[in-house]
Design a protein around this ligand. Structure first.
Ligand code: S3P
Ligand code: PEP
Length: 465
């Protein structure tokens, strides 16, 4: 379908700005109350655009996260032939995205390097998709992404026949050539990573035969759920405590209507903000509660947090509920490392909850946090220490000695450093709510990657100035 002029002007610019925003001071101002909705799930939004671009026909998506990471995925899929546009919001204010796909195997060679901005998910999943397309593509990214490990996908995708030229150390910028036909493999994940799992499964989509991924530790399963929803033949079996996932290649994907639930990783900032701010009683609507993502709720409850699930239902094939969160006296616990994969992005804000708890919270088994947008263990240890929290950093975790509910000191003079990491910026903003002097965050621009209206929502909920 050709784009009408009206539709065309609704295509937002998809290239992220790398301009830092001025430092912002987050301070306490009162309880968080009322009701709010966080934006759509980032993992599901990336996949909705990617799978829509690989289906034949029009996929429509509501609730899409319009953050820079997802826009980087959309720009890349456009550059390889998919038509992607945003329709004007309806009377309820809901904007719908339309993706006209090219079919599995139908992506075109991009004319320019694919700029992945800050997004690991875009990079690794697209490398998987292109591994079984006969195209050459280059990937670039910002300073944070250019430091993140890509060998974890290069290794299995090379076994499938793709070839790569990466920077020394296996990082971006890199150039790859997909294999046509690629060869199916059976791959046991050496690291608990949904991105690596997804890269191999997506390469399997256009590969003759059956590609198998064995997952010793379960990670988020949106790829499996959504690929099935788009009509791929995919089986999941549990054998000797491991998940064995098989995808049948040369698949035909059928376009879908996707409704993206609210992102539990974004909701976590507001859950912790309400738990640590006296007098808070906040409802966060429409939060995705896929069991492979909901670990943070369980851990915060173990710490004594009052988090109630209202109106449990299904949205877009995912369990969802409204969460009612009340201020609670938290206590420190030892966090079971086995729960880490189901809350891997929530540790920075969990450390803030721990800083306000009574006693010590110990965490371990978190080596993966060192290879996210920043080294999140050292970034959070440095940031929390600088606002007066007692933190002990270990190789694979942090121990945090909580204040027992007493306000944190805050950053009177020096802003905290966010290292181009949205989750460090938002976690330290939440810490600001519980501080005497407020917390100054050096650069809030990275927040645009996953939660563009974070500061506005925090203000609306009553606690930011
Ligand atoms: O598959 C995904 O959508 C994601 C997987 C996780 O990364 P890893 O697979 O590197 O753990 C997570 O940290 C990231 O935010 C999103
Ligand atoms: C790790 C994250 O994302 P990505 O790997 O896609 O950059 C995140 O959002 O916390």
């Amino acid at each position: 379908m050709p784009l009408s002029k009206a539709d065309a002007v609704l295509q937002p610019p998809l290239t992220p700005s790398e301009e830092p925003l001025p430092a912002h001071r987050f301070t306490s101002s009162g309880p968080l109350t009322g009701r709010l909705r966080v934006p759509g799930d980032k993992s599901i939004s990336h996949r909705a655009i990617m799978f829509g671009a690989l289906a034949v026909g029009e996929t429509r998506v509501t609730g899409l996260l319009e953050g820079e990471d997802v826009m980087a995925t959309a720009a890349a899929m456009r550059a390889m032939g998919a038509q992607i546009l945003r329709r004007a919001p309806d009377e309820r204010g809901i904007a719908e995205w339309s993706v006209h796909g090219v079919g599995v195997g139908g992506l075109l060679q991009p004319a320019q390097a694919l700029d992945m901005g800050n997004s690991g998910t875009s990079t690794r999943l697209l490398m998987g998709i292109l591994a079984s397309h006969g195209v050459t593509a280059s990937f670039t990214g910002d300073a944070s992404l250019s430091g993140r490990p890509m060998r974890r996908v290069i290794e299995p995708l090379s076994k499938m026949g793709a070839s790569f030229e990466a920077s020394l150390g296996g990082t971006l910028p890199l150039m790859m050539r997909g294999a046509l036909p690629a060869v199916p493999i059976e791959y046991r994940l050496p690291v608990a990573s949904a991105q690596v799992k997804s890269a191999v499964l997506l390469a399997g989509l256009n590969t003759p035969g059956i590609t198998t991924v064995i997952e010793p530790v379960p990670t988020r399963d949106h790829t499996e759920r959504m690929l099935r929803g788009f009509g791929a033949e995919l089986e999941v079996e549990e054998i000797d405590g491991e998940r064995v996932i098989r995808i049948h290649g040369e698949a035909d994907l059928k376009p879908q209507q996707v409704e993206v639930p609210g992102d539990p990783s974004s909701a976590a900032f507001f859950i912790v903000a309400a738990l640590i701010t006296e007098g808070s009683d906040l409802v966060i609507e429409n939060v995705g509660l896929n069991p492979t993502r909901a670990g943070v709720i369980e851990v915060l409850r173990q710490m004594g947090g009052s988090i109630e699930e209202l109106d449990r239902r299904e949205v877009g094939g995912e369990p969802v509920a409204d969460l009612r969160v009340k201020h609670s006296a938290l206590k420190g616990i030892e966090v079971d490392p086995a729960i880490a994969p189901s809350m891997i992005d929530e540790f920075p804000v969990l450390f803030v909850a721990a800083a306000m708890a009574e006693g010590t919270t110990s965490t371990s088994g978190l080596d993966e946090l060192r290879v996210k947008e920043s080294d999140r263990l050292s970034a959070m240890a440095e940031a929390l220490t600088s606002i007066g929290v007692r933190v002990v950093e270990h190789d694979d975790g942090l121990d945090i000695i909580g204040s027992g509910g007493a306000p944190l000191r805050g950053s009177a003079n020096e802003p905290v450093t966010t290292h181009l990491d949205h989750r460090i910026a938002m976690s330290m903003a939440v810490a600001g709510l519980a501080s005497k002097d407020g917390v100054e965050v050096d650069d809030t621009a990275p927040i645009q990657t996953s939660f563009p209206n974070f500061t506005d929502l925090l203000e609306e909920a009553g606690s930011a100035r």
